[in-house]
Design a protein around this ligand. Structure first.
Ligand SMILES: C[S@@+](CC[C@H](N)C(=O)[O-])C[C@H]1O[C@@H](n2cnc3c(N)ncnc32)[C@H](O)[C@@H]1O
Length: 417
């Protein structure tokens, strides 16, 4: 490859990382080793890295202060992001210890210039996943998508407009500004999001724990990526509507569209995992959403809601290829076989959602956090052809992971022809 054709790859600037003393280092290695072991012991639990870290530090609360925690988390992420590249450059036998040494050593920068290392290795992506992204988006865009996923995600929150009795737009803006002011008082740099009307973006990662803020405890805000906020708003529910959030998880999307219903009408939130529904209940309560019931039993839900819904939000399980910078461990768990399995589940869920739609214009809002067309446009087009539906206004919504910007999401609103 000619030098001028060399891809514009970049590496993390290690000098920007926090200092790592022996204590922090031993935590970094312990976490990564335990995380791997957890997957060997409980593969079906498939716990993502961010959640694993949250549980880990809950247990270590007394021993690790917030500055140590931030430094440890940063290194855990960097090592997980660069795992593939480090595997290629580190000395054997492979372990987190040897990867860590390679990360800290001169080879980390040196080997990056080695043209003999394939592009996917320098992007630190598994070959099969990189090939899928390449097939879908071509070399230039694939490289952009993958290199952005080597950054840390931007922290964004959504202001909860339910927690005000005032309803006009100007007052919502006032609440957003009050919250921005509270963040700034803690010394955190923030700005309103560019597209989502109620979002606040952190320009720098905040030091300290903002979940301790009274504004969080009172439900004035929730963490949600800007693209995910926009996705929630694709459910354009009016007060009085009946809405089903069928793959509701811990309620992220419901929390996003519920404020527009002003607690009138009914939201049903469902998921196959009971544990996440418990979290959803707590978050909905904190946010002041009073018109939502939580359901785990699919059969019962069908009995209650058959043919009744104005909206079905279908935020389906997917490969997560648009949000891998939040959980870089997902890169290393990807396989084409798993992708095919999840595509089948999406198809099944689309079919199931038909049961709930009312015949007076009920709509399905299909969403993923994937950048792969098989899970996105191709999936919904297949559904539309089979069931006589179409994509509303012929246009879908897509975002790609952007540097210092949004994550990668897809959404299409499906309506009967
Ligand atoms: C992308 S996550 C949803 C995230 C959630 N909407 C949010 O914004 O927080 C997909 C969810 O689908 C759920 N799920 C997987 N298979 C399902 C099925 N057969 N029926 C219903 N939910 C399912 C998973 O448990 C997971 O919580």
């Amino acid at each position: 490859m000619l030098k001028s054709q060399m891809p514009m790859l970049k590496l993390i600037q290690k000098m920007n990382l926090p200092t790592l003393n022996a204590n922090r280092q031993s935590y970094v290695l312990k976490i990564l080793e335990n995380f791997d072991q957890e997957h060997i012991n409980n593969p079906s639990r498939n716990i993502p890295l961010d959640l694993y870290l949250r549980y880990f530090f809950l247990n270590e609360k007394q021993k690790v202060d917030s500055l140590d925690r931030e430094a440890i988390v940063e290194y855990v992420y960097q090592l997980m992001i660069y795992k593939g590249y480090l595997n290629a450059i580190c000395r054997k036998p492979m372990s987190w210890q040897t990867r860590f040494r390679a990360f800290m050593g001169p080879d980390f920068e040196e080997q990056f210039k080695n043209d003999n290392l394939p592009l996917h290795v320098r992007l630190s992506f598994p070959k099969d996943l990189f090939d899928e992204i390449l097939k879908a988006h071509g070399p230039k865009h694939a490289e952009e998508i993958c290199s952005v996923q080597d950054e840390r995600g931007v922290l964004t929150v959504r202001t909860n407009t339910i927690k005000t009795t005032r309803t006009d737009v100007n007052n919502c803006i006032l609440i957003l500004h009050q919250l921005m002011h509270a963040f700034k008082q803690n010394g955190w740099k923030v700005q309103p999001t560019e597209f989502a009307p109620n979002g606040i973006k952190f320009i720098q990662k905040p030091h300290g724990n903002f979940f301790q803020m009274k504004e969080y405890k009172y439900g004035h805000f929730e963490v949600q990526d800007e693209a995910s906020q926009l996705l929630s708003m694709r459910v354009d529910a009016k007060p009085g509507d009946i809405v089903l959030d069928y793959c509701g998880g811990s309620g992220g999307k419901t929390l996003g569209f519920a404020p527009f219903m002003h607690n009138k009408g009914q939201i049903y939130i469902h998921d196959i995992r009971k544990s996440v529904l418990i979290q959803a209940k707590q978050r909905l309560k904190r946010a002041g959403v009073q018109n939502c019931q939580v359901h785990h039993d699919k059969q019962k839900l069908k009995e209650i809601l058959k043919g009744k819904c104005d909206w079905v939000m279908l935020d389906v399980p997917c490969t997560g290829t648009g949000v891998m910078r939040r959980n870089p461990d997902m890169k290393w768990k990807f396989s084409v076989e798993k992708m095919r399995e999840v595509i089948k589940v999406q198809e099944l869920l689309l079919n199931e959602s038909l049961t709930f739609l009312n015949k007076k214009g009920g709509k399905i809002v299909y969403c993923t956090c994937s950048v792969l067309p098989e899970e996105n446009l191709l999936q919904v087009m297949k559904f539309c052809d089979k069931h006589g539906f179409e994509i509303e206004n012929g246009s879908h919504f897509t975002t790609f992971p952007k540097s210092r910007g949004m994550d990668g999401f897809f959404s299409a609103t499906l309506v009967p022809k």
